[in-house]
Design a protein. Structure first.
Length: 267
């Protein structure tokens, strides 16, 4: 097993490192080190191997004029020597006078960083993004909302807003309020769409799953009706991405009932 762990052997993704600079013992040492770690040679970016899992080294003295396309394709740009194109955002610049040990350590650090990628999302981000994806299933033409109910970091139910099961979809004219493009907060008595939080709770009940002591993630904070359902279903915490316009009564009711509510805004 190499110093980067199992990523190279498993072929989880393909990484292409571009080494740019005049021939020198250092650049040769860097290339040999990468070859020993399983990186294959890549002489042209126009004819890449079909094996999408193989890590590759692209070795050139000069950066090609279309270097932006290399960057867009995900190539890691490493310069050995003084960059002749100062505007190029190299991932790593190494001096040819640098010791081989230090240069290899810097390159290894960069490769590990690129292989491991960005940090894992927090639990809040993870569940909120799932709620966001659930909202894409909404058939409501006014606002698309998604919600998930979580217990012990496990999703037990999902929901999105739209007309009730077995009825005409909102985007097919099923809801007179939405079809009439009513202003926010008006003609609520005509709305036939069930809210995402409501659907997440009733969906769990439909399948005989308890949401007691669960946490509800919603792309919008619950309305007053949904707040009452949250309380009576036994959910103890609500996390929302964006605030619903009519929230004062909801927040007061949650506070009185001892329901924790907080905002988690996706960036």
């Amino acid at each position: 097993m190499d110093r980067f762990g199992v990523e190279l052997g498993k072929g989880i993704c393909r990484m292409i490192i571009g080494l740019f600079g005049e021939d020198s013992p250092l650049i040769l040492a860097l290339q040999n080190d990468l070859n020993e770690k399983g990186f294959g040679a890549c002489r042209s970016t126009q004819d890449l191997p079909r094996d999408q899992s193989q890590h590759l080294v692209f070795r050139k003295r000069r950066l090609p004029p279309d270097w932006e396309s290399l960057r867009e394709a995900g190539m890691v740009l490493v310069c050995i020597g003084e960059p002749v194109e100062p505007a190029v955002p190299f991932d790593l610049v190494l001096s040819p006078r640098q010791s081989e040990v230090e240069a290899l350590a810097n390159l290894n650090r960069l490769v590990r960083q690129k292989l491991t990628g960005s940090p894992r999302p927090s639990w809040d981000e993870y569940f909120m993004r799932i709620a966001q994806v659930a909202s894409m299933r909404s058939n409501c033409i006014k606002r698309k909302v998604g919600a998930v109910v979580v217990k012990d970091r496990r999703i037990v139910s999902t929901g999105y807003n739209g007309t009730p099961r077995g009825t005409r979809n909102c985007n097919e004219g099923g809801c007179p309020r939405c079809s009439g493009l009513a202003a926010s907060g008006t003609r609520l008595d005509e709305c036939l769409c069930s809210h995402a939080e409501e659907n997440a709770i009733t969906q769990a009940a439909y399948h005989g799953t308890s949401v007691k002591d669960g946490c509800l993630y919603s792309t919008f904070s619950p309305c007053l009706m949904c707040a009452k359902m949250v309380i009576n279903s036994g959910i103890t915490e609500v996390v929302f991405n964006m605030g619903y316009p009519l929230n004062d009564s909801t927040f007061q009711l949650f506070e009185e009932a001892g329901i924790a509510i907080r905002e988690y805004r996706l960036i």
